[in-house]
Design a binder for this molecule. Structure first.
Ligand code: GDP
Ligand code: MG
Length: 290
């Protein structure tokens, strides 16, 4: 018997999600497996040991929750976390737990384990940390509360042990041992760009945006990516481009930074915004993209 299952890490930007993943994988993540993922979920990384396989899943739409949880957003989240065994809420120790988290917790199925991980404990005093733990305990919402420092590699092993304990027993692993990621590079890049758009435009736009990577070329020392941002309305195009191109520039900067980190290579990113009326209703169009 082995332990195998799915874990989602959610948290605000800068909470330390990437640092934690990198710490767990000790920089060994390769994003080179050209295998397509048909769902909107993306498997971020797979942790393998002889007797253990943890598949970490990123759930776009869950990461940058804002207070306005509309029906559509709720469906996205529900769909994204349906088959997950554990949801990890990563909280920056310098910040307070807020309603965003509490609201999303209600959407998670009961059988799913919920961890609250307090990260960056190297930056707060013991007293501050204990006070915070006490406050969170009183909420009675989480199965585990684990303080860690992802950067300093403190208690990350405790977290992994707890995950191992809570994962279901399986007879087979879901993925081969040598496989660390399961999506195409193009899909990954498009999801990162989409995530930056949703984050930067926040409440201003609904989820009427589709990103399609049209070129992905790896040269010796640089990756070249060309992507189209498809929107349904002319007015949305204006918003995405921003005044004097300021918004699209910001989207590009943020996406490029994260993609350079992920691919560990300098990267040239070209973004174009296109209007396609009612793309949302035309599944056939979407299907031709991937
Ligand atoms: P993400 O946006 O959630 O992926 O956050 P990142 O992993 O990019 O981390 C955001 C910033 O917090 C980076 O500058 C990290 O170096 C820093 N950081 C992450 N974890 C820790 C930690 O445990 N301690 C300290 N001091 N800094 C951390
Ligand atoms: Mg990150």
């Amino acid at each position: 018997m082995i332990k195998s299952g799915f874990v989602t890490i959610v948290g605000k930007p800068n909470a330390g999600k990437s640092t934690l993943i990198n710490q767990i994988f000790k920089k060994k993540i390769s994003i080179a497996t050209p295998k397509q993922n048909t769902t909107r979920n993306r498997i971020n990384a797979i942790y393998n040991r002889d007797d253990l396989q943890i598949s970490f899943i990123d759930t776009p739409g869950f990461l940058n929750i804002n207070n306005k949880l509309d029906e559509q957003m709720i469906q996205v989240i529900r769909g994204a976390i349906k088959e997950v065994d554990i949801v990890i809420f990563l909280l920056d120790a310098n910040q307070n737990l807020d309603v965003d988290y509490l609201k999303t917790i209600e959407l998670i199925e009961q059988k799913t384990k919920k961890y609250l991980i307090i990260n960056k404990i190297d930056l707060v005093s013991k007293k501050e940390l204990l006070d915070q733990i006490q406050l969170i305990q009183q909420l009675n919402l989480f199965d585990e509360i684990i303080p860690i420092s992802a950067l300093k590699n403190k208690n990350v092993d405790v977290l992994l042990n707890q995950i191992e304990k809570d994962l279901p027993k399986e007879t087979v692993k879901y993925f081969p041992d040598d496989q660390q990621v399961t999506y195409s590079q193009e899909f990954y890049a498009s999801e990162i760009i989409r995530e930056k758009i949703l984050f930067l435009l926040n409440q201003e736009i609904p989820h009427e945006i589709f990103v399609k990577v049209t070129e992905f070329e790896t040269k010796t020392k640089k990756i070249h990516i060309r992507a189209e941002i498809i929107v349904a309305r002319e007015s949305l195009k204006k918003i995405v481009i921003g005044r004097g191109g300021s918004m699209i520039k910001e989207i590009g900067i943020k996406a490029r930074k994260e993609l350079e980190e992920a691919f560990e290579m300098p990267l040239h990113l070209e973004l174009f915004v296109k209007v396609r009326k009612d793309w949302k209703n035309k599944e056939s169009i979407i299907k031709t993209f991937y």
